[in-house]
Design a protein around this ligand. Structure first.
Ligand code: PLP
Length: 390
C-alpha cells in the first residue's frame, strides 16, 4: 500500500486507487468498458486479460474499499447478496453457520432456500455471547454478525463475539452495510471478513447495486478472487464507477445522516403518538460503552413503534405510512433521500408472525432511513404524517 493509507478517511475515499489515468491523465478513473485486453505478444500483458477476471474501474473501487475498511484485499460484486453468496461458497460441504437472529431477510433466504442442502444455520441472540458459545458445534465454521441490527438497531460487541468465535476456530463475518466503513471497521475489532451491500450507504444515491467483501488474510483473499472469476458475479465497470463516485462523499453524507437522524429520533421520542424509539443515540450504560468503542456515530437508521392498541396497529400504521410526502415508502436504505418502511409487511414479512413479534417487530413498527435533506423539512413531514387522524 502507498503512503495514502496514512491519510484520513475522506482523503483515502477520494484518492486511494484513483491516481490519474496513466494512459491519458484523466483525473477521474475512466469507465473501462471492455470485455478483453489486447496482449503485446503471447504471454505479455499488463495484468489484465479478460473482463471477468480484472477491470481497472473495478480495481479502483476495490483498492479504495480495502483502504477504508483497513483490509489488505477487497472484491466487488454485482450485489450485496452476490458477495454474501461467495462467502458461503468458501465453506466445505456440511458446514454449520451461526448467525444473529436479526438477519437481513435476503441473507436469511440465501441460507434457507439456496444453500440449505449444503449448510445448516442456527440463529441466536448475539447480545448474549453465552448463546453463541452454546450453539457452536464441531462443524461450525462461521459466525455471521450484523450490527447495528435491522430493524431494531441493537449494537453487538464484535470484539467480544470474535473472542468466543476464534477460541473455537470460527471465522467471523460482519455485514457492515448499516454502519458503512465511515462509522465502523469490523476488521479492527477482530472480524475476519467484512461484507457490504454497496447498494446502500456506499453508493448512497439509490441508483446502483453492488456488493463487496474485504479481508486481510492472503489465503482467504486468493479463494475469494478465484470465486469472483470462476463463479463470475462481478460488478460491471459502470456500476463500479457509480459506486466509486458515491464513495467519495460517504463521510460527508454519514455525518449529515447521523445529525439528521439524532434530531428525528429526539422528535419522535417526545411525540405522544410514539410508544418507543429504537436508535443507538439513546443508549446508556454498557450498550453506550460498546457503541462508543466500536462506532464513530449512530448512523441514519431509526425504528419506532406507534402508540395505541395492538388490535388496530396495522391499520394505524397504514394510515401513517400513507401520509408521508417527503419520505418515500420503499424498501432499501442509505440513499440521500429519506425512506420509510414497514418491517412487518415489507423487509421482514418472510419471518413467521409469532417469531417476528417475539423479537419486537410488531405491526406498529415503522423504519426510517433518514436522508440528508434539510432536517426541518423531514420533521415537518413526520409531524404531519403522525398528526391526529382519529
Ligand atoms: C441490502 C442488504 C443486503 C443485500 O444487498 P443487495 O445489494 O440488495 O444484494 C445485505 N445485507 C444488508 C444488511 C442489506 O441491507
Amino acid at each position: 500500500m502507498d503512503e495514502t493509507t496514512q491519510h484520513g478517511f475522506t482523503t483515502r475515499a477520494i484518492h486511494v486507487g484513483q491516481a490519474p489515468d496513466p494512459a491519458t491523465g484523466a483525473t477521474i478513473v475512466p469507465i473501462y468498458a471492455t470485455s478483453t485486453y489486447t496482449q503485446e505478444s503471447l504471454g505479455h500483458h499488463k495484468g489484465f486479460e479478460y473482463g471477468r477476471g480484472d477491470n481497472p474501474t473495478r480495481l479502483a473501487l476495490e483498492t479504495a474499499l480495502a483502504s477504508l475498511e483497513y483490509g489488505r484485499h477487497a472484491f466487488a460484486f454485482a450485489s450485496g447478496l452476490a458477495a454474501c453468496d461467495v462467502v458461503v461458497r468458501l465453506l466445505p460441504p456440511q458446514s454449520h453457520i451461526i448467525a444473529g437472529h436479526d438477519l437481513y431477510g435476503g441473507v436469511y433466504r440465501l441460507f434457507q432456500q439456496v444453500h440449505q442442502e449444503s449448510h445448516k444455520v442456527t440463529y441466536v441472540d448475539l447480545s448474549d455471547s453465552t448463546q453463541l458459545a452454546n450453539a457452536i458445534r464441531p462443524e461450525t465454521k462461521i459466525l455471521w454478525v450484523e450490527t447495528p441490527t435491522n430493524p431494531l438497531l441493537q449494537v453487538y460487541d464484535i470484539e467480544k463475539l470474535a473472542e468466543v468465535a476464534h477460541a473455537h476456530g470460527l471465522l467471523v463475518v460482519v455485514d457492515n452495510t448499516f454502519a458503512s466503513p465511515y462509522l465502523q471497521n469490523p476488521l479492527r475489532n477482530g472480524a475476519d471478513m467484512v461484507v457490504h451491500s454497496t447498494t446502500k450507504y456506499i453508493g448512497g444515491h439509490s441508483d446502483v447495486l453492488g456488493g463487496a467483501i474485504v479481508v486481510n488474510d492472503d489465503q482467504l483473499a486468493d479463494r475469494i478472487k478465484f470465486l469472483q472469476n470462476a463463479a463470475g458475479a462481478i460488478i460491471g465497470p459502470f456500476e463500479a464507477w457509480l459506486t466509486l463516485r458515491g464513495l467519495k462523499t460517504l463521510a460527508l453524507r454519514m455525518e449529515r445522516h447521523t445529525a439528521n437522524a439524532m434530531k428525528v429520533a429526539e422528535f419522535l421520542h417526545q411525540h405522544p403518538r410514539v410508544r418507543q424509539v429504537y436508535y443507538p443515540g439513546f443508549f446508556e450504560g454498557a450498550a453506550r460503552t460498546i457503541l462508543d468503542r466500536q462506532m464513530k456515530g449512530c448512523g441514519g437508521m431509526i425504528s419506532f413503534e406507534l402508540a395505541g392498541s395492538a388490535d388496530h396497529a396495522l391499520e394505524t400504521a397504514k394510515k401513517v405510512l400513507a401520509k408521508f410526502r417527503l419520505f418515500s415508502l420503499a424498501e432499501s436504505l442509505g440513499g440521500v433521500e429519506s425512506l420509510v418502511g414497514h418491517p412487518a409487511t415489507m423487509t421482514h414479512a418472510a419471518i413467521p408472525r409469532s417469531t417476528r413479534e417475539e423479537r419486537g417487530i410488531r405491526d406498529g413498527l415503522i423504519r426510517l432511513s433518514v436522508g440528508i435533506e434539510d432536517v426541518a423539512d423531514l420533521l415537518a413531514d413526520i409531524a404531519q404524517a403522525l398528526g391526529g387522524d382519529h
